[in-house]
Design a protein around this ligand. Structure first.
Ligand code: NAD
Ligand code: WQD
Length: 359
């Protein structure tokens, strides 16, 4: 009788985070074995419990920092890992300007450690979370909106520069190691929550991003939304973004993993994950207000430094090569976000834990 060879695990770094936990659910539901590492610096272990609740399985979780070689290596020694989906990193654009070294240490340094551990353990497939932020202001070129992958990149903040540095590093590493196959996924604006209503985004502190902020306005944790600028050259004066439902985004990772395993796939590939449709800030306020069932208060304030007019994806390369397409609408995302926020007004925590108890 031939020896039984068990199906390898997919290691998900940052799997307790917003996009990570949705991806872990999709992987498990597709029959993939998953092991998660996360140091919980921007998430909570409760997210793992929620994944278990949705999938009705137990999820191997290791509280490990990806910058620590030995701890990460021991996870690779414990499990038969076949591929890595690499989400772990720091992601706040504003903060990256205040503590850039920390962003380079964690994002770039952590990715170096991960790639070294993968090499030592002969793991040769990686999907990496890049960002549309690497494009910077694509309106500086003619005919680059919607943005194709061949648009020249030009990140305008340290966070974005860590992403483009990691992209370069992975590309160089693939060139030197032909067995390594990598997918760089440039996400546009992830939003929404799991349709079950038990899993979603849980930002620590004051949210930096539009929909998480608006969701906290809707549950009464914040008074009103500040709309950063109404003098952009758009249909209503506010900037345009490509908002993609987090479950669509999660499924893009499964499509990318499948593509990396196809015999024709070689080296390092880059794919935009977006819908191809742009919405303005005011359109999103309107869509989310409709999901909530009442108008949400907002005030116009000045532009936020570093914001650009338009970041809309051209997703046709991913559509064709990955056989993947975003299916949810902005209305679906708003409905799912509201279901999550209404049922979990303090995310995975309580009002006491976040220090928002009145009286
Ligand atoms: P998130 O902060 O919710 O998830 C990241 C996870 O990584 C967190 O759980 C955090 O605790 C963990 N982490 C951070 N540093 C770590 C370390 N040193 N070791 C182990 N774990 C560590 O963020 P997210 O929104 O889920 O984003 C996931 C990835 O996608 C990030 O790399 C982010 O830069 C990228 N991305 C996010 C967006 C977005 O708007 N959310 C857009 C484009 C790209
Ligand atoms: C969207 C629009 C704001 C908050 C960021 C990162 C990017 C990527 C996705 C990681 C903009 C406006 C926002 C608010 C507002 N993340 N806004 N009031 O800036 O497009 O992208 O998240 O890779 O790198 O930069 O997303 O949600 O912050 O802003 O008016 O309180 O909403 O001006 O036009 P952004 P966002």
């Amino acid at each position: 009788m031939p020896a039984q060879v068990s199906e390898p695990y997919t290691l998900v770094t940052g799997g307790a985070g917003y996009i990570g936990c949705h991806t872990v659910v999709e992987l498990i539901q597709a029959g993939t074995k998953v092991v998660v590492v996360d140091n919980l610096c921007n998430s909570s272990e409760e997210a793992i419990r929620r994944i278990e609740k949705i999938t009705n399985t137990s999820v191997p979780f290791h509280k490990v920092d990806i910058t620590e070689y030995d701890a990460l290596n021991s996870v690779f020694k414990e499990y038969n890992i076949g591929a890595v989906v690499h989400f772990a990193g720091l992601k706040a654009v504003g903060e990256s300007g205040e503590i850039p070294l920390e962003y380079y240490r964690v994002n770039v340094g952590g990715s170096i450690t991960l790639l070294r551990v993968m090499q030592e353990n002969k793991v040769n497939k990686i999907v990496f979370s890049s960002s549309a932020t690497v494009y910077g202001d694509a309106t500086r070129f003619e005919n680059m909106i919607p943005i194709p992958e061949h648009c020249p990149i030009g990140p305008t903040n340290p966070y974005g520069r860590t992403k483009s540095a990691i992209e370069d590093m992975i590309r160089d590493h693939c060139a030197a190691n032909p067995d390594l196959i990598a997918g760089l996924l440039r996400y546009f604006n992830p939003c929404g929550a799991h349709p079950s209503g038990v899993m979603g985004e849980d930002p620590f502190g004051i949210p930096n991003n539009l929909l998480p902020y608006l969701a906290q306005v809707a549950v009464g944790r914040r008074e009103y939304l500040q709309v950063f600028g109404n003098d952009y050259a758009s249909r209503d004066g506010t900037p345009i973004r490509d908002y993609i439902h987090v479950v669509d985004l999660a499924r893009g990772h499964l499509a990318a993993l499948k593509k990396l395993s196809a015999p024709e796939t070689k080296g390092c590939c880059v794919w935009n994950l977006g819908t191809g449709h742009g919405s303005t800030v005011l359109e999103m306020v309107d869509a989310f207000s409709k999901a909530v069932g009442r108008e949400l208060p907002y005030k116009f304030v000045g532009r936020r430094s570093g914001d650009v007019l338009d970041l809309t994806a051209l997703p046709t390369k991913a559509n064709k090569e990955l056989g993947w397409k975003a299916e949810f609408t902005v209305e679906d995302a708003c409905r799912d976000l509201w279901r999550w926020q209404k049922g979990n007004p303090y995310g995975y925590q309580t009002a006491e834990e976040v220090g928002e108890v009145n009286g």
